[in-house]
Design a protein around this ligand. Structure first.
Ligand code: ADP
Ligand code: ADP
Length: 235
């Protein structure tokens, strides 16, 4: 069964219907793209998947079981990580410190417990290299990296710390063609490592090359939920 399933999901804010009757699935090792213009309901869907809001109709299934997250921490603890467009990265801080932000490795015990800097730097370098990004100097401030590389570090961090579902909120929208290409290659790497990826974008040209499934929203309703095979079938 799919890792994540959205079944006839609905959400209203007062009398505004933000989502209604929306369904899709997100399998491990695949990319589900969520497409739609402003007001389509993309942010609302992300917020439900990430535990920020709860749905008020339909069901959200995780590993085949209906679930309501009690909050963002609950969703994260279950392996659902969200990477936002405005990354939770600190520009003047080094690449490796950003990579471990909130997850500092330690060595030693009790009063001798301390941050293992050498291990953290090596892990950062190796994890980024494994996903095709060559960071020569993990000590450089992350603000010196390109936008695409910063997005990639944020994705690598989520993968390294055990995410099973990766929700990417418009990761390519603020980037130029080349930088968007860097991030798209990175998303493909995350899929190859078995993550279930939800890729939110308003740009079909970014979604099409790497999407396995496409959910198209308009004003909170589903215009379609296609697989790549549906789109490329001859008749
Ligand atoms: P998108 O991310 O695709 O632009 P949203 O999920 O942000 O779409 O918005 C869907 C609809 O819900 C819009 O009409 C928006 O104005 C409305 N909406 C979103 N968040 C709220 C909120 N917190 N309170 C009231 N209305 C909201
Ligand atoms: P995003 O770029 O994430 O779609 P928005 O600009 O749509 O952000 O919304 C910013 C915040 O305001 C979000 O938390 C959203 O839920 C909320 N919001 C959006 N539309 C409305 C609305 N009509 N009324 C109240 N809050 C809204």
């Amino acid at each position: 069964s799919p890792l994540l399933e959205v079944r006839d999901l609905g959400k209203t804010y007062g009398n505004i219907i933000a989502l209604s009757g929306v369904s899709t699935v997100v399998e491990a090792g695949s990319v589900t793209c969520v497409l739609g213009d402003n007001g389509a309901g993309k942010s609302t869907l992300i917020k439900i998947l990430a535990g920020v809001h709860q749905h008020d109709e339909g069901a959200l299934l995780f590993d085949g079981t209906p679930i309501w997250f009690s909050g963002p921490r609950d969703a994260l603890d279950r392996g659902i990580a969200t990477v936002h467009q405005d990354l939770a990265l600190v520009p003047l801080m080094s690449v490796w410190r950003n990579f471990f932000l909130g997850n500092e490795p330690t060595k030693g015990f009790g009063p001798f417990r301390r941050f293992d800097v050498a291990a953290a730097k090596e892990t950062t370098r190796a994890e980024l290299a494994a996903m095709g990004i060559d960071i020569r100097d993990p000590d450089q401030p992350i603000g010196q990296l390109s936008g695409g590389e910063r997005q990639s570090v944020a994705i690598a961090r989520a993968v390294h710390f055990g995410a099973r579902v990766l929700i990417l909120d418009e990761p390519t929208s603020a980037l130029g063609v080349r930088q968007a290409g860097v991030v798209l290659r990175y998303i493909a790497q995350a899929r190859a490592r078995g993550l279930a990826v939800v890729f939110i974008t308003h740009n079909p040209h970014h979604a099409y090359p790497i999407g396995d499934r496409f959910l198209v929203l308009k004003r909170g309703r589903s215009l379609g939920n296609f697989t790549k095979a549906d789109l490329t079938r001859d008749e």
